[in-house]
Design a binder for this molecule. Structure first.
Ligand code: IMP
Ligand code: MG
Length: 186
């Protein structure tokens, strides 16, 4: 039996598509016509969102240099370890660039805070942030993203790039995880 119950869909494929399109409308103005514009996706959770976002932005005339960095604050579970590690460096020289960081979810706020400071330390001129999901009730570091897709309650969610121990990233929708033994689990 599947150890996790992932049938409670929070956002369908269509809802995600519509919201991403709206976000692009909100972001495009700011992203267009920048001379040195870099978009950095935080792997691995943002890969699907990032791919959809940059394609949609391109249709609105936004052209960015694209890079990725792998940051980790989680082990195999659902609790953040507290420290953020650079597992894979980005390679673009961001010195003097306007940088946009894209993440899957803003939870304790540690990852985004770290990423912002890290990019400024590498010489970025401006750093703006975008997260598909935001769990404000979990925040330990006071940080907000400049653009947010959906605000959610304190649930552990998977799909559309988000994982539980690297499972479920491929789901085209976002669902709540209920762990075996919890109320509502099968
Ligand atoms: P933060 O540093 O605590 O804000 O954590 C951000 C990272 O934790 C995200 O980029 C995700 O990789 C991971 N994360 C936080 N909440 C969830 C969740 O509900 N599902 C899957 N990953 C999560
Ligand atoms: Mg992540």
């Amino acid at each position: 039996m599947d150890p996790h119950h992932i049938k409670d869909i929070l956002f369908t494929e269509e809802q995600i598509r519509d919201r991403v399109a709206e976000m692009v409308k909100e972001m495009a103005e700011e992203c267009r016509n920048k001379e040195k514009f870099v978009m950095i996706g935080i792997l691995r959770g943002s890969f699907m969102f990032f791919a959809d976002l940059v394609r949609e932005l391109n249709r609105d005339g936004v052209h960015a240099r694209i890079d990725f960095t792998t940051l980790e604050s989680y082990g195999a579970g659902t609790e953040s370890s507290g420290t953020v590690k650079v597992v894979k460096e980005f390679t673009v020289d961001v010195n003097g660039c306007d940088v946009f960081i894209i993440d899957d979810i803003l939870d304790t706020g540690r990852t985004l805070t770290f990423a912002k400071e890290y990019l400024y330390s590498k010489g970025a001129k401006t750093v703006r942030t975008c997260a598909l999901l935001d769990k404000p009730s979990r925040r330990l570091v006071p940080v907000e993203a400049d653009y947010v897709g959906f605000v959610i309650d304190d649930h552990f969610v998977v799909g559309y790039g988000l994982d539980y121990d690297n499972y479920y990233r491929e789901l085209p929708y976002i669902a709540k995880v209920t762990f075996t033994g919890e109320k509502g689990a099968e």
